[in-house]
Ligand binder design. Structure first.
Ligand code: FRU
Length: 502
């Protein structure tokens, strides 16, 4: 988040906290708050019971549980002093809320970061018999920031010896001091093999580059290299990197580097660019020379992957924050603010040497299906609100409209080689001038064979084919969409009504 915007956000957060703290806690505890039935409350996406969230953090799979930590401000529905909220899932679909895992301390607020299972107890923070989960996060010192210093972001660690239920901060924090750079954050650590030996590798967002650091023990870190090719997207600050290997369809190992950027995204504000290349244990290099985006919608930011997924699973699992710094603090929700995207599996597609990153919804989401219907014709009445729609286009162009009798509508169409998602009349849109927009994605060589759409109470996620092109947008209809109008589709389309996870 851009520092200026952040400071304005802090000021308004503090104002709100002081001016309506009592009101707010009453809203949450005494009224119908946090029942997951509020207007716009996502029904099959994760959102906190109450108050503000942003980036997903520290995702790690451990002993049958997917941990999801997240940037959380438990005292308000706008951004403020950051904590790590916490939830776990055994299926990536249903989530159990756990107490806040990390709270601010004298070194600062707890910004984004990652978590790993230190199976060999390299850190010495656990024992051989009970090795630790280790969280690596950014300390943001608000006092240093307000004093105009440059070194107010450092990296700290905490560990858990009880399946992530309680966390203890390392006593010699920070483990990585700041060299005098204002934006120095969001460590994503993973275990990699270099010349047959395990090594911890940290990707860190440093203003407008990614710096790689290595470590034997998660405590001492050595700078290895920087990555910032001249042709990349630099419309805003670089944040939340992630580095991981994937196998190409023809069996080669490639490395993918995700870099979130704010602002400067293709649909305005926040978005995530990616790079595909090679990593030799020290340096990331790529032959790519064009910007590539993970998602062309406006609302998939700061996403990263789960660590420690069992080898038998073979998937690379991702989740993002379903919002955008352009308007995240003012979207029209009460009680809570923000949600995650659907969990997605990342994989490579294309032909050597031009690889692209695809994201498809995880197969576990199929268990949300309550009833399934073959649909045909131009107009489909929607009997329920939560929908997965699978469509097969049979014409060069197509158009899908979800609408209601109040004249609210969201349109997805293919025109002039572009996929266009139009939310200008989707419902409540005027809380921010940048919200009502038509978002466009170039289809390039991609032939659209199938479209999978997930419609929740306040979002739409569009996956072309297997996820070769993706668009994620928030929507705030005041009444549910009750009808779908279709143009340009074959007669074999499927509609699934979905159940709520709450
Ligand atoms: C990304 C981000 C991170 C930072 C966190 C603060 O959305 O700005 O760079 O760690 O949010 O909440």
């Amino acid at each position: 988040m851009n520092q200026l915007v952040k400071h304005i956000a802090i000021a308004s957060a503090l104002f709100l906290v002081f001016s309506c703290q009592n009101d707010q806690s009453e809203t949450v505890s005494e009224s119908s708050g946090n029942t997951y039935q509020e207007p716009h409350r996502p029904q099959f996406h994760f959102s906190p019971k109450a108050n503000w969230m942003n980036d997903p953090n520290g995702m790690v799979y451990f002993e049958g549980e997917y941990h999801l930590f997240y940037q959380y401000y438990p005292d308000s529905t706008v951004w403020g002093p950051m904590h790590w909220g916490h939830a776990v899932s055994t299926d990536l679909v249903h989530w159990e809320h756990l107490p806040v895992a990390l709270e601010p301390d004298e070194l600062g607020w707890i910004f984004s970061g990652s978590a790993v299972f230190d199976a060999e107890n390299t850190s010495g923070l656990g024992t051989e018999d009970n090795p630790p989960l280790v969280a690596i996060y950014t300390y943001h010192d608000p006092v240093g920031a307000d004093a105009g210093r440059d070194d107010f972001q450092t990296q700290g660690i905490a560990f858990s010896l009880d399946k992530g239920r309680t966390w203890k901060k390392y006593e010699d924090n920070p483990v990585l001091a700041n060299p005098g750079i204002r934006d120095f954050r969001d460590p994503k650590v993973s275990k990699i093999q270099v010349e047959g030996r395990d090594k911890w590798m940290m990707s860190l967002a440093v203003k407008d580059k990614i710096s790689f650091y290595s470590s034997e023990d998660l405590l001492q870190w050595t700078h290895e290299s920087d990555f910032n090719p001249p042709w990349a997207a630099y419309g805003g600050v670089w944040e939340c990197p992630d580095l991981f290997p994937l196998t190409t369809p023809d069996g080669q190992e490639k490395w993918v580097l995700l870099v979130s950027i704010n602002p400067g995204g293709p649909s305005g504000g926040s978005a995530t660019q990616y790079f595909i290349g090679d990593f030799d244990g020290q340096t990331f290099s790529t032959d790519q020379n064009e910007i590539q985006w993970l998602d062309y919608g406006a609302d998939n930011y700061a996403g990263v992957t789960w660590s420690n997924i069992p080898a038998s699973d073979e998937r690379t699992l991702f989740i993002g924050w379903m919002s955008n710094w352009l308007y995240a603090n003012v979207v029209p929700t009460e009680v809570w603010r923000s949600a995650t995207t659907l969990p997605r599996e990342l994989f490579l597609w294309g032909k050597s040497p031009e690889w692209h990153l695809a994201s498809r919804p995880v197969k576990e989401l199929e268990k949300l299906r309550k009833s399934s219907h073959e649909i045909s014709g131009d107009t489909i009445l929607l009997e329920e609100e939560l929908v997965e729609l699978v469509l097969t286009p049979d014409e060069e162009t197509f158009r899908i409209v979800f609408n209601n009798s109040e004249g609210e509508q969201v349109i997805l169409e293919k025109a002039d080689g572009m996929l266009i998602l139009d939310r200008t009349q989707s419902g409540l849109v005027d809380f921010n001038v940048r919200f009502p927009a038509r978002h466009q994605a170039p289809l390039g060589e991609l032939t659209v064979q199938r479209i999978r759409i997930y419609l929740d109470r306040s979002s739409i996620e569009v996956f072309i084919n297997e996820g070769e092109l993706v668009m994620t947008d928030l929507l705030f209809p005041q009444h549910r969409y009750t009808q779908i109008e279709l143009k340009g589709f074959a007669d074999e389309n499927r509609l699934h009504y979905l159940q709520s996870i709450w």
